[in-house]
Design a protein around this ligand. Structure first.
Ligand code: ZN
Ligand code: ZN
Length: 441
């Protein structure tokens, strides 16, 4: 009997000991409460400053790869926080490195900095009147995608994190990226160029976080574990026939009829070939040009379109199918067709599920339990996945609209972000970085 009791007690004791060790290790690996409080207090204190920065960036937007003024402001701020700063990364990119007082992982936070060739129609005292040069023409420039919020928010997060430098178990890399909207023709740019310039190395980044201003409800965040945003690719199809009189179609080969057949056939790829129970996909023809006159069958038709996918196998399947249909349909009609697919952002914005799971409590702490929501797939694209090729990442949307039902979309001349989003943006980035370092010591 005593022997049995002894065994039971020993088992109980072991169990308690194990639970104790686990509790202890959790207590040690979470961000200490005084730092959580500091994030809140600093965010309150910095809010007005961040709003001012954002107004300034909003009033002075710059086009992709031309973010000179913006980069100078960012650089000055990061230097004032005592960071190691690298400038002219991938043209106008700025990278700040903050080494914490204790050893640990390296976490990166990213903000994109470019505006768009859009004429602002929002009635704001700091509305943009800026001009820029786009494809050789002078254009109006606006922060129509909300990147002004990203820059100011990350500058705020940098100040919060710098204030707790000595407590940090690891390093934070602040990546201010140019040209997310795409570099001017003939230039390199954006996330792929930053990666090429070594931004994910020296020190090697272990995880990266980013957000986007989104006309969702202010004070909410939206994310999706796994694939979140699409890979986007541009295609051009050139169909060449034989020109003839419109009244004598048998005298030539009509590229307009061939193109019509191709457009219809392309619509059957998603409808009839892709397993849409796994992931959605899109094949769109957005422009079709051919002919000049009612009674001439032209020689050539040029079509352009976009392909959106959420999975590499489906992406390649769609490419093969488009090629097959374009070539076979043209051949069947005696025409010739050329298909060109320009890679664009041929990558899916993918949130690593285990990292997403680990970091959700950080987002919930900032936004509130019920305000962090899973969202459906987004068929828009982002160049963020060029970073996550080198380290797992989490990318999410920060709501900027008081009434999402009437809010204008990103890239609209009416796109407007409520300034209160900035506090959520800066806090969430700071919280994610600090929590990640503590959780992964
Ligand atoms: Zn955009
Ligand atoms: Zn954007």
């Amino acid at each position: 009997m005593t022997e049995i009791w002894k065994n039971i007690n020993r088992k109980k004791l072991m169990k308690r000991l194990i639970i104790g060790v686990i509790t202890l290790s959790i207590a040690f690996t979470q961000t200490p409460e005084y730092l959580n409080n500091k994030i809140d207090q600093m965010a309150d204190r910095l809010e007005n400053k961040v709003i001012d920065w954002r107004r300034d960036f909003h009033e002075n937007p710059e086009l992709s790869n031309r973010e000179f003024r913006t980069a100078e402001k960012v650089e000055a701020h990061l230097r004032s926080l005592g960071m190691e700063v690298q400038t002219d990364v991938a043209h106008t990119g700025v990278v700040g490195l903050l080494k914490g007082g204790k050893p640990g992982k390296v976490v990166a936070l990213r903000a994109d900095m470019d505006g768009l060739p859009v004429k602002e129609k929002v009635d704001l005292p700091f509305a943009s009147k800026a001009k820029g040069l786009y494809q050789g023409k002078e254009v109006d420039v606006m922060h129509a995608c909300g990147h002004d919020n990203h820059i100011a928010g990350l500058m705020g997060a940098a100040e919060i994190i710098a204030s707790m430098k000595e407590d940090l178990p690891g390093t934070v890399k602040f990546i201010f990226q140019p040209a997310e909207e795409g570099a001017p023709l003939g230039e390199k740019g954006g996330a792929p160029y930053m990666v090429e310039e070594g931004v994910m190395e020296n020190p090697k980044v272990d995880a990266i976080f980013g957000l986007h201003a989104w006309p969702g409800l202010l004070g909410t965040a939206q994310y999706r574990s796994g694939p979140m945003m699409a890979a986007a690719e541009r295609m051009r199809i050139t169909v060449t026939g034989v020109q003839t009189h419109g009244a004598v179609p048998w005298g030539g080969v009509d590229p307009i009829v061939v193109s019509s057949q191709i457009v219809n056939a392309l619509q059957t790829i998603v409808a009839r070939e892709v397993d849409i129970t796994k992931v959605p996909a899109i094949v769109t023809i957005g422009s079709i040009h051919g002919g000049v006159r009612n009674n001439i069958i032209p020689e050539e038709v040029v079509m352009e379109g976009t392909i959106r996918t959420f999975n590499e196998d489906v992406r390649l399947q769609i490419h093969a199918s488009i090629r097959n249909k374009v070539e076979m349909i043209a051949a069947a009609s005696g025409a010739e067709a050329k298909l060109e697919i320009f890679s664009g952002i041929a990558k899916v914005t993918y949130n690593e599920p285990s990292l997403t799971e680990q970091m959700l409590p950080s987002l919930r702490r900032v936004y509130g339990e019920e305000n962090v929501k899973v969202r459906p797939f987004v068929t828009g694209a982002e160049d963020f996945p060029f970073f996550t090729d080198h380290a797992p990442g989490l990318y999410f949307f920060n709501g900027v609209a008081v009434d999402p039902s009437t809010a204008s979309s990103n890239h609209s001349p009416y796109f407007a972000a409520d300034e209160r989003n900035l506090k959520f943006g800066m806090k969430s980035l700071a919280q994610l970085a600090v929590d990640y370092l503590y959780l992964n010591q």
